[in-house]
Design a protein around this ligand. Structure first.
Ligand code: 3PG
Ligand code: CO
Length: 549
């Protein structure tokens, strides 16, 4: 890779360029559920008056999702922001590979399904919803139907309940569609297909960024050992757990194990095959390591069954996690971080645990390492392990202080930061907490603005997708959905809304104006950041939002 060329008329600001990603803070419709509009946010208001302002697409095809009905998410968002281009993403690659049948012609599928004895099971573990962020239920159905076509006698499904990328208490709808498929197959007479275990995605199995390994341990005990509270059906489990914890949402439901005649129906045992059908990496890496890494010492796995394991996708290519996979991930190359590293730009990436990998791993095209040890600092502030509606400020102040220190001491030229609040609190569905989360981010931005002013830097403030901007469920006509008591239903998932982009040049010396772009997406933020640093963006990057006057 060649270093970037300098712009002729602007060699970068005196201070640093700071790219602030306000996770989950989109531009809503200003209605009752728009907590971004509702929040008191003097600093964002000030930026609006004093910056170049653009509105960016952050969902659907603009971030490589199958279609424009798909909301954005942090993986595809940070991939687009960091790589400056739009790649077809896991959701689309897996859909294509399954629809074309290519996935079943591959060696890995053949190996996992071909070697099973009649007594052994093919297990599927994954998120049971059509959120299309980590998984899609239709992919699971296609895998199950193919197993049946191939005459596989026993299939066991380990269902992670969502409520985070789909409505908060929708699990029974997905369970019932899955049971319908399983019953249809069992009715053929010669098959034994059933749900074996499950639990809320935030309680078992889907931890990320090493935040909470006990979650993985609980998932392992549930899926592999068949240890946990026993029920006759997944429906009974969900109904019982909900009745015992009024107000609980699906993502937080405790684990359950399905038993028949007093015995768990589907522990994972020697000779079985296991497919993790989640395509997104962050929350699939730890459980993959638990199956794949003989030396893992994060928890005691007990006797490890001799099984074949594959992910539907490879989640980390350099570290080969997992070793076997069904579909190749998007080949995201030549990302901005690498260009800046070969151009001698000193970089800082900072967030708290929950989004740390977003500004490192996702930002760098799903690779965890640095490009240049001597030029890059990656700082992780440890996240609290609490429900975030109880702590909507999260680690905003601590993150901000790392950046203030860098700015004050002139440590870095390019700083990228993710403030998780709008998203992590948005996923709880707690409106007051969400309002506070947005206000927290605003307060942090206010401190950064002062530092940027003092050092004549440039600040780009934007988001990866919406969430806090739409906290009530609305129907297709835009009317609020009401619960049985007539109250609006709170929404925990991301939105289809665009996101803001404020470009604030403290000295005004860059001499930028907004480029005339129609339909710009967040993939334009890489070229924009590179121009703000005083370089020409790579020719194949999506166009910069700014141009020289
Ligand atoms: C999650 O993993 O928390 C959600 O499914 C998506 O949220 P994110 O894309 O903002 O991380
Ligand atoms: Co989110």
């Amino acid at each position: 890779m060649q270093p970037l060329k300098r712009l002729e008329s602007f060699s970068g600001p005196e201070g640093p360029v700071v790219l602030c990603i306000m996770d989950g803070v989109g531009i809503g419709k200003g209605d009752a559920g728009d907590m971004v509009a509702k929040a008191t946010k003097p600093n964002l208001d000030w930026l609006k008056e004093n910056s170049l302002f653009a509105t960016l697409k952050a969902h659907g095809r603009a971030v490589g999702m199958p279609d424009d009905g798909d909301m954005g998410n942090s993986e595809v968002g940070h991939n687009a922001i960091g790589s400056g281009r739009v790649f077809d993403q896991g959701a689309l690659l897996v859909k294509n590979a399954v629809e074309s049948g290519d996935v079943f012609d591959g060696d890995v599928w053949k190996d996992l399904t071909g070697s099973l004895s009649a007594d052994n099971s093919l297990h599927f573990i994954g998120l049971l919803s059509d959120g299309n962020v980590h998984s899609h239920i239709n992919i699971l159905f296609a895998l199950i139907r193919q197993a049946q076509k191939q005459g596989i006698k026993k299939v066991r499904v380990h269902t992670l309940l969502d409520g985070r990328d789909v409505p908060p208490t929708s699990a029974l709808e997905y369970i019932s569609s899955l049971e319908a498929v399983l019953t249809e197959i069992n009715d053929l007479g010669e098959f034994d297909y059933c749900i074996a275990s499950g639990g809320g995605r935030l309680y078992i199995t889907m931890d990320r960024y090493d935040a909470d390994w006990p979650m993985i341990e609980r998932g392992w005990q549930t899926h592999v050992r068949g240890e946990g509270r026993k029920f006759a059906t997944a429906k009974e489990a969900v109904e019982t757990l909900r009745a015992e914890t009024p107000g609980v949402i699906d993502q937080d439901l405790k684990e359950f194990v399905i038993e028949r005649d007093g015995t768990p129906v589907g522990p994972i045992v020697d000779g079985d095959s296991v497919i993790l059908f989640n395509f997104r990496g962050d929350r699939a890496i730890e459980i993959s390591k638990a199956f794949d890494d003989p030396n893992l010492d994060r928890f005691d796995r007990g006797p490890i069954p001799a099984i074949k394991f594959a992910g539907i996708m490879q989640y980390e290519a350099e570290q080969q996690i997992p070793k076997s996979y069904l579909v190749s991930p998007p080949a995201i190359d030549d990302v901005m971080g690498e260009y800046l590293a070969v151009s001698g730009v000193r970089q800082l990436a900072v967030s708290e645990t929950q989004k740390y990998g977003h500004v490192t791993y996702f930002f760098n095209g799903n690779r965890s390492g640095k490009f240049a040890e001597n030029l890059e600092d990656y700082v992780e502030i440890t996240s609290d392990l609490v429900p975030y509606e109880q702590r909507p400020w999260m680690k905003g102040a601590e993150i901000t202080e790392v950046i203030l220190d860098s700015i004050e001491k002139d440590k870095h030229d390019f700083i990228r930061v993710n403030y998780p609040n709008g998203d992590m609190v948005g996923h709880t569905g707690d409106l007051l907490a969400v309002e506070i989360s947005v206000e927290t981010v605003d307060l942090c931005l206010g401190r950064l603005i002062e530092a940027i002013k003092a050092k004549n830097g440039i600040m780009i403030v934007t988001a990866d997708h919406g969430n806090a901007d739409e906290m009530y469920e609305v129907d297709k006509e835009g009317n609020l959905k009401l619960d049985s008591d007539g109250n609006p239903k709170s929404k925990t998932s991301h939105t289809l809304n665009p996101v803001p982009c404020y470009i604030y040049d403290a000295s005004g010396k860059a001499g930028f104006k907004l480029a005339e772009l129609s339909d710009a997406g967040i993939s334009s933020l890489a070229a924009t950041s590179i121009m703000c640093l005083g370089f020409e963006p790579p020719a194949d990057y999506d166009p910069s939002l700014v141009e020289l006057k």
